[in-house]
Design a protein around this ligand. Structure first.
Ligand code: NCD
Length: 330
């Protein structure tokens, strides 16, 4: 195990940015998950965190959250993670910024770059936006969701949650259900789980299934019961209506009947199968309210908690290189 809860500057994640899960090796992913685990106690401590040296880790550093799309969980957890590690955190309210006056993504990035942030967390409705920014700015860029492409910290927090409950990722049968086509969460999870040796299935109506999805190493199902058979993990996805042009499902009622998770369909999965959802949830659309609130099986709350933990670890990992360079200069 490469766990490094010692506060040392060991660099197990050798990249400048976190733009996606695709292309990361199993050992890089394991390193980020192990490092996240070392932050669980710092996040959940109720007796105050003063005195823990990690609370000063990012002192003097600036983290800018640049969100062009709405967010509750992701934005708040990056803000909290940055503050818990001592960073100055600035949330760019895009609705009131020059972006609304027609400033382009690149212009906005260059303006922010001139303010010398150390970390830039970006969410945008266009796939590839985070990568484009990373090529223009001098700081580390974290992709907090780009269109329907990737959402790497969500996949990491999902994996951490699973690892905590199941003790492993390898060999687990994971069913990802719903709007696969428009979901960056699905894509990042497919890459992560596949790299870590889980068996991934995707389930959804043909209209919401990307063509040739099997090329990503997954098995695809249009019948929910068949896809859920013996699953260890059931990951539900929201219908991403904001990314749909035209009608992809006949009606919400029909969608729930065939693809909504209820106890009846869940009966096909293993008895100890766990339920996940990245949020925001549409109760009665992709998931039955009772199932979502079944705290014995639903890990939706833990996912939110692990979101802060994983984001602390990512901020730590991405600034290690800078910290080592600064130490060398001293
Ligand atoms: C997801 C997203 O924004 O991609 N939400 C999140 O980050 N918690 C999923 C979604 O919006 O459905």
């Amino acid at each position: 195990m490469t766990t490094d809860g010692t506060g040392s500057d060991f660099i197990g994640y050798p990249h400048r940015h976190l733009l996606g899960i695709e292309g990361l090796t199993a050992s890089e992913i394991r390193y980020l998950l192990d490092l996240s685990e070392s932050y669980v106690d710092l996040n959940s401590r109720s007796d105050g965190r003063d005195g823990d040296p990690r609370c000063r880790l990012l002192a003097g550093r600036t983290l800018v959250n640049l969100f062009f799309e709405n967010s509750t969980r992701t934005l708040t957890s990056f803000e909290l993670a940055g503050k818990l590690l001592g960073a100055e955190v600035i949330n760019m309210a895009v609705a009131t910024s020059s972006v609304k006056k027609g400033e382009t993504l690149i212009d906005t990035a260059m303006t922010l770059n001139a303010m010398h942030p150390d970390l830039l967390v970006v969410r945008h409705d266009q796939s590839g936006a985070a990568k484009l920014l990373s090529e223009k700015v001098n700081c580390a860029v974290i992709n907090a969701g780009d269109g329907s492409h990737e959402h790497p910290t969500q996949a990491l927090l999902d994996a951490l949650t699973v690892r905590q409950v199941k003790g492993r990722l390898e060999g687990l049968i994971v069913a990802i259900c719903g709007d696969i086509m428009h979901s960056r969460v699905a894509r990042s999870n497919i890459h992560l789980l596949g790299t870590m040796g889980a068996q991934v299935r995707v389930i959804g109506p043909p209209t919401l299934m990307p063509p040739k999805i099997e090329r990503l190493g997954v098995a695809s199902f249009i019948d929910m019961r068949a896809g859920l058979k013996d699953a260890d993990i059931v990951m539900m996805l929201r219908l991403q209506v904001e990314r749909m042009q035209g009608a992809y499902v006949p009606s919400i009622r029909e969608y729930f009947r065939f693809f909504g998770l209820d106890y009846d369909k869940l009966g096909e999965a293993k008895d100890d199968a766990i339920i996940m959802h990245p949020g925001p949830m549409n109760r009665g659309v992709e998931i039955d309210s009772e199932v979502a609130d079944d705290y014995g099986r639903s890990l939706i709350r833990q996912q939110v908690e692990m979101g802060v933990t994983v984001r602390m670890a990512v901020l730590d990992a991405l600034t290690r290189q800078i910290r080592v360079e600064r130490k060398d200069e001293d």
